[in-house]
Design a protein around this ligand. Structure first.
Ligand code: ADP
Length: 403
């Protein structure tokens, strides 16, 4: 069964074609800077094979439609293609950012699902419209394939009301759906499943804290395999310190910025999303660069790192308090998987919680699931490489099996 996974953003499209029967990635690619003169398309055939082939096209000006047509063309291209015609693809799994409260599971896309995704546009005005564009265009390009929507938010739909409600007038929730939703759901779901497999224990018996640290970052408290708390909120701005996002903040700060600095709502929105976080404190958002600068004696970079780690430690403490027991702590995402100093900073001195990191094991770098707790430790600390596209493909396959 060949499943295409598509992530359509406002200016980019990521795709991966899987043959799940053979457990193989047949093709993957990235279309960047859509609607700009320098649109760039990188397409790979058999990315994990020795006879891998890459095609890069630069400076072509493409739209979502012409870009997706180009991708479909490459997938069945004589030289770079992996299918003989579009009908070979059984299903397409679309990443959709916001499913609101409507979607508790992935959904086969039909008119009703499309209107429900539209209804959730106010909750994700930057993302859901592009996701819908992708759904429409891909639906026309692959008319025989079943289209499935996989949402970033569904994994968190198991949170109890006391976790998702804000202490605001209740009507805001009832009438306008103002509440915590949480994001990165496919990643939290994937790494928790992987961890259960690795530990050879049933997922529904495990309590875990998952820590996804990429350009964005979020944490999840998982009880018996289900999410009961997460750090992002109604939007992906809340929670941890991120590359350019501030995370948790005194809600009065935007008023101060407006009253005293005459900033408009748009400017404040941009400041909190694009110029804050690590970048706000030390001028750069890429973690490798922050660590490099700190090692060169840059005091701001050191402060940014301390703040970054302190926030994660506070969430570990908070989640420890709401979980009755903790079996496992999981690091994932570009930073969680690669930055040993961040993992050590988050875990050191937490022996009293049963969190005992092994410094030597923590320093081993390999792109594989691994244990970094002290050998005799009851509580496991795992590094789990995430794979959101594979999770979308697996969830798509799961949905098909119910049809
Ligand atoms: P995204 O959230 O866009 O998917 P990733 O999960 O790839 O991003 O994470 C990107 C982050 O991972 C960047 O801040 C990058 O600096 C960081 N990163 C990648 N490799 C390393 C490394 N070896 N050490 C420290 N940080 C790393």
């Amino acid at each position: 069964m060949k499943i295409l996974v598509i992530n359509t953003g406002s200016s980019s499209v990521k795709y991966k074609l899987y043959d799940l029967r053979k457990k193989e990635v047949l093709s993957k690619g990235l279309l960047e800077k859509i609607y700009e003169p320098g649109t760039r398309l990188t397409h790979e055939k058999l990315p994990e094979h020795p006879d891998r082939k890459v095609k890069t096209e630069n400076s072509i000006s493409l739209t979502h439609k012409s870009g997706l047509e180009r991708i479909a063309g490459l997938l069945s291209d004589n030289e770079y293609g992996v299918i003989s015609n579009n009908d070979e693809i059984s299903a397409v799994g679309h990443r959709v950012v916001h499913g609101g409260e409507t979607f508790k599971t992935p959904a086969v896309i039909d008119e009703k699902v499309i209107s429900a995704i539209k209804e959730n546009i106010p909750l994700a005005p930057l993302h859901n419209p592009s996701n819908l564009t992708g759904i429409e265009i891909v639906g026309n390009l692959f008319p025989k394939a079943i289209q499935v929507a996989v949402f970033d938010t569904t994994f968190h739909q198991t949170m109890p009301p006391e976790a998702f409600i804000y202490a605001l007038p209740y009507e805001l929730y009832e009438k306008h759906r103002v509440r915590k939703y949480g994001f990165h759901g496919t990643s939290h779901a994937y790494v928790s499943r992987k961890a259960a497999g690795f530990l050879e224990r049933p997922l529904d018996e495990l309590n875990m804290i998952t820590i996804h640290l990429g350009n964005g970052g979020s944490m999840c408290a998982i009880q018996n395999g289900s999410c009961i708390e997460t750090s992002m909120g109604m939007t992906p701005l809340g929670g941890l310190v991120m590359g350019t996002r501030c995370g948790d903040l005194d809600p009065s700060i935007p008023f101060f910025l407006s009253d005293h600095l005459n900033m408009s709502l748009k400017e404040i929105d941009s400041l909190l999303n694009k110029s804050s976080g690590l970048k706000g404190i030390c001028g750069v958002n890429d973690m490798r660069e922050v660590i490099k600068r700190k090692n060169q004696g840059d005091i701001r970079a050191e402060l940014a790192l301390k703040k970054y780690i302190r926030r994660i430690r506070k969430y570990i403490g908070a989640y420890f308090a709401i979980l009755e027991k903790l079996d496992c702590l999981i690091f994932t995402g570009g930073i969680g998987e690669n930055a040993m100093e961040i993992r050590e900073g988050c875990c050191s001195g937490l022996n009293r919680l049963g969190i005992e990191i092994d410094r030597e094991r923590n320093q081993i770098t390999k792109n594989k699931i691994r244990e970094i707790n002290k050998p005799m430790s009851q509580l496991k600390i795992l590094v789990v490489p995430t794979d959101e596209e594979l999770m979308i493909a697996l969830e798509t396959q799961e949905v098909l099996s119910y049809l």
